[in-house]
Ligand binder design. Structure first.
Ligand code: GLA
Length: 388
């Protein structure tokens, strides 16, 4: 569904639910990370793009004191009391919205009463940042409804804080930044230390990014994510650097004897991945697709063996893609996002998308007994007020 189809559907659903057309329609995209995994909370680089999958909200003012949100997919309404500081509550998914509302209140903003309809085409638990899209969409709606536009960095940080405090995931800044700052036809090279962003054009019609959802749900709240973060911090302490961004591979080698094997491997992944990300951005600029593809494979191997955040289904997808290789139209493939399930991303020749999709789907089913969901996306624009 295109964004304008989705907006029209949100307006239709709003009218069905509340009896009149909406005043505002806002949207925020999900994302896929091309490379730079588990580097954001180590002050490193990431290279994500927004995808043509969105959370959309249609809304209008309503009685003061409360925000009602009807989720079209869950057929469920959440009601949030905004007459006092917003707290965690039920249903669970409402916490992403609650966290953002609490952040707005902390900035001294009064949240008006609202009637909202929520629609999403970002698969849940698929590692495509459905939660960041929901948070950023909520922030965008509050911007529209209060008439106060936020600075994009402040907006992304507010959404990240909602994730930390209301969803309990100590995530980095990548997902919320790309959902706010994505640009059509571009990847976003983000320096997570300085928060400086650079748009990297990716409009070569000869290549496409395929997103392969293993349909294994990923669950970052489970504690593994926080564990990796703590291991990276432990490595930085041993290396006497503020963060792994400041360490080199040779520094790490010289301290190898001072750290547990697992801490060493975590650090090796991060240090290597930061370097690969910078090189990949150069590769994209130069349309050096073979080079970018090799970096993607190397990233996957490192996430699988050193960082241990892959799973057998993600490995199966990457093995199948690598097996097709250049003659089969595949430049590179890797898991994307937090890991433990979710999606892989493959850089492929545009003319062979249909053939590659069919081959990966068949081989994945044979290897794992599961059905994959495969789609392609061009780099999309970040969050926007579409109406109102
Ligand atoms: C999740 C987090 C991000 C990032 C990735 C791994 O998506 O939300 O901040 O750490 O995992 O790169």
């Amino acid at each position: 569904m295109t964004l304008s189809d989705l907006a029209a559907e949100a307006a239709r659903q709003f009218k069905l639910t509340y009896g009149h057309p909406p005043r505002w329609i806002v949207a925020a995209p999900g994302r896929v990370n091309v490379i730079g995994e588990h580097t954001d909370y180590n002050d490193g680089f990431v290279l994500p793009m927004a995808i043509e999958r969105y959370v959309v909200m249609a809304a209008d003012l309503a009685a003061e004191g409360g925000v009602a949100i009807y989720d079209v997919e869950f057929k469920q309404t959440a009601w949030i009391d905004v007459s006092k500081p917003v707290t965690k509550g039920e249903p669970k998914w409402s916490n992403y919205l609650r966290g953002v509302m609490a952040g707005f209140q902390r900035r001294g903003e009064k949240i008006p009463g609202l009637a909202v309809v929520l629609l999403s085409t970002v698969p849940l638990g698929g590692g495509l940042s459905s939660s960041a899209a929901l948070e950023v969409c909520t922030a965008t709606l509050l911007e529209a409804a209060t008439g106060k536009t936020m600075d994009p960095v402040a907006k992304a940080l507010l959404a990240q804080q909602a994730e930390h405090e209301f969803a309990g995931v100590p995530c980095g800044i990548m997902d919320q930044f790309i959902s706010v700052m994505g640009r059509e036809g571009h990847l976003l090279l983000l320096d997570c230390r300085t928060r400086k962003t650079e748009l990297v054009p990716m409009s070569d019609p000869a290549v496409e990014l395929l997103i392969i959802n293993t349909n294994v749900k990923h669950e970052l709240g489970s504690g593994e994510y926080a564990k990796r973060r703590a291991e990276c911090e432990a490595a930085a302490r041993i290396l006497s650097v503020p963060s792994l961004r400041d360490a080199t591979a040779s520094q790490l080698e010289s301290c190898r004897g001072k750290m547990e094997g697992v801490v060493y491997r975590r650090a090796r992944h991060v240090i290597g991945e930061i370097e690969r990300t910078v090189h990949a951005a150069e590769g994209v600029r130069a349309s050096n697709w073979t080079g970018v593809g090799q970096l993607m494979y190397a990233s996957h191997a490192s996430l699988r063996d050193d960082y241990e955040v892959s799973c057998s289904e993600l490995d199966a997808v990457v093995d199948i893609a690598e097996g097709l290789g250049l003659p089969g139209g595949v430049y590179g493939c890797r898991m994307t996002g937090g890991g433990f399930g979710g999606c892989a991303v493959a850089l492929v020749k545009a003319g062979q998308v249909a053939d590659i999709t069919q081959k990966i789907a068949t081989a994945y089913q044979a290897k794992t007994g599961r059905a994959a969901t495969i789609f392609s996306s061009r780099p999309a624009a970040g969050a926007a007020i579409l109406q109102g």
